[in-house]
Design a protein around this ligand. Structure first.
Ligand SMILES: [Zn+2]
Length: 470
């Protein structure tokens, strides 16, 4: 969508939906320069985790917001890793909203960033290049811009708007969201939270859908231990622990956990069926009849052809570590495998453990949990927040808006069990970019500059619509 059309649409929709006493919409032609400035500045800071060095971004966010007259604090569990919390006060008519974005990024292998250095924030070919451009400095920028604009435009608010730029999302959340929830929850408590996720997709340069993450799987792990008799490698034994373990791993890999749908995945596959080819649509409709052979066959097809869709349908199990043996002429007495288990929300994970023990069916092998589970929750699709996102995104993206379940994890997992309704979205990316290695966490992470602006505009409209006085 061109800029002027977008602006017109924004003005029209806001005035048609709710008569507001606040001044006209933001002049993005002017503000986009500031979006770019903050975004590039943030990408140019190395906030790799590990080791976790968010001090520079935290200082930047604090200074920028303080200079604008915004109330801002930091909460530090570990030296050099401040969580930033800013708040704009509302009338208290409604409960607060929380905008959340993580300051840290995954680390980099500098040698692999050949054309554009990882912290260059180069603008080239319509993209901006660098670590964090689509995870999660797009969200840090939209959160920051929202706070600045709401403050600058003096928009009266029905509720507090809280912005949390947390540390440690990429693997040390005990210093970030974990710490905030355990020790400073009242400083971030809100009715709704908004964070990363969603993965809105373009195909052939056109929007296919805008996705909103409304739930995620529960990460767990199982350790399998096979015990056998050790001995000289020249005398093979039937009790060989590696051989037993190999059979068990093969059986588990072929096993398929039953389909377990929830409100999000039900809606996701229904909506995907509406925008897919007839062949794919038939598969997506078939999986909505769990317990039938048709559904099982469709799941088998997805496991082979569209593994991420398959993972959304059930608890997944992936053997990701195999440790055994220490020299070629010794039969080891033990083999260990770690299974990455992603439990479908609200499914009893003990059922998976029991089922896997049955599948292995070998008295020389034990299976035990290696990682505790946590509570899971779906955010509802009938809330004011989801409906607001749906309306505003449909307008900005001119594409269907689809709720989605993340198979991986985000910091929202710590807030949903506390009763917050949480919704995740991120800047739109090209489907074609992912296999080419331009995706999230890749060595050539990049964002389309036009999509960055579109995302910030849409996010600002969502947040301001949710908060401004009506
Ligand atoms: Zn992220």
């Amino acid at each position: 969508m061109r800029f002027s059309a977008l602006l017109l649409a924004t003005v029209f929709a806001a005035s048609a939906a709710t008569p507001l006493k606040v001044r006209a919409e933001v002049d993005w032609k002017k503000e986009d320069a500031e979006v770019l400035k903050h975004f590039q500045n943030l990408v140019r800071m190395d906030t790799a985790d590990p080791p976790g060095r968010e001090q520079a971004t935290a200082d930047y966010l604090v200074k920028t917001m303080k200079d604008a007259g915004i109330d801002v604090q930091t909460f530090v569990k570990k030296e050099g890793r401040p969580n930033v919390v800013a708040r704009l006060k509302g009338s208290g008519k409604k409960r607060p909203i929380l905008i959340m974005a993580h300051q840290d990024t995954v680390n980099i292998d500098a040698a692999k960033w050949k054309e554009h250095a990882a912290h260059s924030a180069d603008r080239a070919g319509g993209w901006i290049w660098g670590r964090g451009t689509i995870d999660d400095k797009d969200n840090v920028t939209s959160g920051l811009m929202t706070m600045l604009l709401l403050k600058r435009e003096k928009i009266p608010l029905d509720r507090d708007v809280i912005f949390l730029a947390e540390v440690g999302e990429e693997g040390s959340s005990q210093f970030g969201i974990g710490y905030m929830v355990e020790e400073h929850f009242k400083d971030i408590e809100a009715e709704y939270c908004f964070a990363e996720g969603g993965n809105s997709l373009r195909v052939d340069g056109k929007m296919k859908y805008a996705a909103i993450q409304t739930t995620e799987k529960v990460p767990r792990a199982i350790t399998m231990t096979a015990t056998g008799i050790s001995g000289h490698g020249s005398v093979p034994l039937e009790t060989n622990a590696i051989a037993h373990m190999a059979k068990a791993v093969a059986a588990i890999s072929e096993w398929q956990a039953p389909i377990h749908l929830n409100e999000t995945t039900l809606s996701y596959f229904q909506k995907m069926a509406e925008i897919s080819s007839p062949e794919e649509a038939a598969i997506y409709r078939a999986v909505l009849k769990p317990g039938t052979k048709e559904a099982d066959d469709a799941l088998t097809w997805l496991r082979k052809n569209q593994p991420s869709q398959a993972s959304m349908l059930h608890t997944s199990v992936s053997p990701n570590m195999f440790n055994a043996g220490y020299r070629s002429n010794v039969i080891p007495s033990e083999a260990k495998v770690t299974l990455d288990v992603r439990v479908a929300p609200q499914e009893d994970s003990e059922l998976t453990l029991t089922a896997l023990r049955k599948v292995v069916n070998d008295p020389s092998i034990t299976l035990e949990w290696a990682r505790e589970g946590r509570a899971s929750a779906n955010s509802r699709l009938d809330t004011e927040a989801f409906k607001t996102i749906e309306t505003i995104y449909r307008k900005h993206y001119d594409a269907p808006v689809i709720p989605i379940m993340a198979t991986g994890g985000t910091d929202m997992a710590s807030l949903r069990p506390k009763g917050m309704q949480c919704y995740g979205s991120s800047v739109a990316v090209d489907t074609e970019d992912l296999p080419k290695g331009f995706g999230m966490h890749s060595d050539q992470e990049r964002v389309l500059e036009s999509e960055l602006y579109r995302f910030v505009h849409a996010q600002y409209e969502v947040f301001s619509t949710m908060a401004k006085a009506k």
